[in-house]
Design a protein around this ligand. Structure first.
Ligand SMILES: Nc1nc2c(c(=O)[nH]1)N[C@H]1C(S)=C(S)[C@@H](COP(=O)(O)O)O[C@H]1N2
Ligand SMILES: [Mo]
Length: 300
């Protein structure tokens, strides 16, 4: 069962060529936006220095556009993101094909600075713009039988070289338990630093679940389904022994092939030391209660 796909995630921790020197200038920009810190760990919030927009846009995982960290920025330009519609189906009161605008109409846009931790043991801090998933789910009306939310990424074979090469099975799919999806930290993001989401980051709308490994945060979403059963999740299907359905950031549960106790923050420069990985990526106070009574070694 634990078949290792040929392009499995690896801990290829190479420093990208395009690291940015002028941090002060970009930080000035961030401060100028007056970005609000999210409701996460007040103690650690003060230390959250966001990565630059350039870093966030040039060091990516988006296998539809290739497996290298620089591939998405290079190859995502052809993805068609306008018009965009999202099919909402399953156990909802108002199923249908929503235009992006109609799905978000009337909802409050938020700015959230979140830690972002990839399962490969690198991390960033990203100032997202977007919407609480709970507000969107309230709008479509979740039926009482629903227990999970499933998500699906667009497939555009003509312009997706990773799809042409079948580097993993597509469409990329992901899922959350309903209480995780309804948690106020969980967002659908449409921008970063007040700019529209770049295609390589998952334009026009992608999931952000800051206490889970990055692969749960599925990009360029075209379908949201409310379900009674646990939905399929891409990396869990590809290699269930290495990637669980939950995939909560947890420094005490190692990946079978590497430690998860520490991480390398992108943009730290040549002499950057690794930093300790925080339980639930620093959002323990907010989310630990979701997993009360669960063995996190079993439900990784
Ligand atoms: N559709 C899709 N979504 C995806 C991925 C992907 O390959 N395809 N990669 C995931 C992984 S492994 C990570 S770490 C994040 C990376 O997001 P970023 O490139 O915006 O930092 O996107 C996640 N969402
Ligand atoms: Mo990742």
């Amino acid at each position: 069962m634990a078949y290792r796909w040929k392009n499995d995630l690896t801990q290829a921790d190479v420093t990208p060529k395009s690291m940015f020197l002028n941090r002060r200038q970009l930080m000035g920009g961030a401060a100028g936006l007056g970005l609000a810190a999210a409701a996460g760990g007040a103690r650690a919030q003060g230390a959250l220095e966001p990565n630059t927009l350039e870093e966030i846009r040039t060091y990516n995982n988006f296998y539809e556009f290739g497996t290298g960290k620089e591939d998405p920025a290079r190859n995502a330009g052809g993805m068609v993101i306008d018009p965009w519609s999202i099919t909402v189906d399953g156990l909802v009161d108002n199923p249908g094909e929503y235009s992006l605008a109609s799905l978000l109409d009337g909802l409050t846009e938020e700015e959230r600075i979140y830690r972002f931790r990839c399962v490969e043991a690198w991390s960033m801090v990203v100032p997202w713009n977007g919407f609480e998933l709970a507000d969107i789910l309230a709008k479509v009306g979740v039926k009482p039988e629903a227990k999970y939310v499933a998500f699906e990424t667009t497939v555009q074979p003509d312009v997706m070289i990773g799809v042409q090469r079948r580097v993993i099975p597509f469409p990329y799919v992901e899922g959350l338990r309903l209480d995780e999806a309804m948690h106020p930290l969980t967002m659908l993001a449409t921008g970063i630093y007040g700019e529209p989401m770049a295609k390589q980051n998952g334009a026009p709308i992608r999931l952000v679940v800051p206490w889970k490994y990055g692969f749960k945060s599925i990009k360029s979403i075209v379908r949201i389904s409310l379900m009674e059963e646990e939905p399929p999740a891409s990396w869990n299907i590809i290699n269930p022994r290495e990637y669980g359905f939950y995939s909560n950031v947890n420094p005490t549960v190692d990946h079978p092939r590497w430690s998860q106790a520490s991480e390398r923050k992108i943009g730290g420069g040549l002499f950057a030391t690794r930093q300790d990985t925080l339980m639930f990526n620093g959002y323990e106070a907010e989310v630990a209660s979701l997993y009360e009574g669960m063995d996190l070694n079993e439900f990784y």
